[in-house]
Design a binder for this molecule. Structure first.
Ligand SMILES: [Zn+2]
Length: 462
């Protein structure tokens, strides 16, 4: 699951959540084996894979393992969606700020008062004393944010708009400025655009200064970034539909994590919960439905990379097929520990956005079970995993989670390892998801589409 920067965290809205307790027990259902679940997650979360960091050799080992498990269960490659065998390769572009210099009214501004997010290799802006005469070639806009303005809303708006912007930020916002400065320093990562695509993006430079736009007499700004491209891999596999092959049910989970940290002692981000657990789920659900052998709809299984970098695996994936053909996306994230509703229980994000949750609950109700609403709406979890990319395209795309994110101490820590999990609870959640989604697989339920106008757009710059 993607982390959000603290300043953005403050903007999350509050929705209501229903907190009805019930837990799943599917006594008698032996089709998903606890032993196999344990075997898969033990390998994926092992130290051998060194935290499945993007661009590492070990994440490729993880990809090969997932592909092997799909293959041995009789799934086939998804050649139609640009996979080579089970591996779907794509490139991401990393843009890192290298240099920024800014002179305002003859004064060189110290770097500690500057922040830059840029998707371009270099840019230079100029305002001279004869601004009207010399400013015609400049493509940038200058904005002032006063002490009473909402800084985050303003920067957010520019990010969605794209283009080149200089923001003169009143020093009253210094506390909020710092997290942006730190965040921007790390650079931005984008899915590499095809040559034919018009590259969208731009520049935001923030200057902490009491000077306002109207007071600018002269300005000189130049910024340089380094750009590099690197390859990553999704693992995708198909169980072709028997009677409704053109309708797809997508089961997904990201399999990347944070790799290793520079430290003595335990320095491996095993990501057992985040998200070896979800990856294990899709492998075992694939096995379950492959054994059944009578899926009406086509079942597509996707293990995404680059989720922790910003969801680039799912972004690439979503461009390789018509999203209208996807009936539903069951994205599985962090299901290795009992939820606040009990062992074996789970909840989903954005339940109110489609009829999927209600329809799945109709199945579970027969056993007196249910999938709960997201109990942490303030955390904006609907937007923090790969489902959001598909939801922006109208797909009923939700994440299914169990972890207690309000108090989990292992999230994005090296301690998120196999010992922190409850494997019996994990197994029950996987069974619950397999059973609840049976009518989707059979083609007997079709959830409503997500209203794309109600889904927040992704920023173009950072
Ligand atoms: Zn994560």
């Amino acid at each position: 699951m993607i982390k959000i920067i603290p300043s953005l965290f403050l903007k999350m809205s509050l929705l209501s959540a229903s907190l009805i307790t019930a837990c799943f027990t599917f006594a008698g259902s032996k089709k998903i084996s606890l032993a196999q679940v344990t075997k898969d997650i033990t390998y994926l979360a092992s130290d051998d894979l060194k935290g499945r960091g993007n661009f590492s050799a070990e994440i490729s080992q993880a990809a090969n393992y997932i592909a092997k498990r799909f293959k041995e269960n009789g799934l086939v490659a998804a050649d139609a969606i640009s996979a080579q065998g089970f591996l779907q390769k794509y490139q991401v572009t990393k843009i890192r700020p290298k240099e920024l210099s800014l002179t305002l009214n003859g004064q060189v501004i110290n770097s500690e008062n500057l922040a830059m997010a840029s998707t371009v290799a270099n840019f230079s802006w100029l305002i001279t004393e004869n601004a009207q005469a010399n400013n015609t070639d400049n493509k940038f806009k200058v904005h002032s944010v006063s002490k009473d303005d909402d800084m985050q809303a303003f920067i957010n708006k520019l990010n969605k708009q794209g283009g080149q912007h200089l923001v003169l930020l009143n020093p009253a916002h210094e506390t909020l400025f710092k997290p942006y400065q730190n965040y921007f320093k790390r650079g931005v990562t984008k899915l590499k655009q095809d040559n034919t695509d018009k590259v969208k993006g731009g520049v935001i430079v923030i200057v902490l200064t009491a000077t306002t736009a109207k007071q600018i007499k002269s300005l000189q700004v130049s910024g340089v970034s380094t750009i590099s491209n690197n390859e990553l891999t999704n693992v995708v596999a198909v169980l072709p539909g028997k009677s409704k092959p053109d309708e797809i049910v997508l089961y997904s989970a990201h399999y990347d994590h944070l790799g290793m940290k520079n430290a003595e002692g335990d320095n491996i981000y095993n990501g057992a919960d985040d998200n070896a657990s979800g990856t294990t789920a899709i492998i075992n659900i694939a096995q379950y439905y492959a054994k059944q052998g009578h899926n009406a709809r086509t079942l597509l299984f996707a293990a995404f990379s680059a989720e922790e970098l910003g969801g680039f695996g799912s972004q690439y994936f979503s461009k390789q097929l018509d999203p209208k053909t996807i009936t539903a996306m069951i994205n599985i994230e962090m299901i290795g520990k009992p939820s606040k509703f009990g062992a074996g229980s789970l909840w989903m994000t954005g339940m109110e956005r489609s009829t999927l949750g209600e329809q799945l609950n109709n199945v579970l109700a027969k056993d007196g079970k249910k999938i709960h609403q997201d109990p942490y709406p303030e955390q904006g979890l609907f937007y923090r995993s790969d489902n959001a990319t598909l939801a922006r395209l109208g797909v009923p795309a939700h994440s299914f989670i169990s972890t207690q994110l309000d108090k989990d101490k292992h999230y994005h820590q090296v301690s998120d390892d196999i010992n922190s999990l409850n494997l019996s609870s994990l197994h029950k959640v996987i069974e619950a998801l397999a059973i609840a989604t049976q009518p989707l697989v059979d083609g007997s339920i079709t959830p409503s589409r997500i209203d794309v106008n109600l889904v927040k757009k992704k920023g173009l710059i950072y």
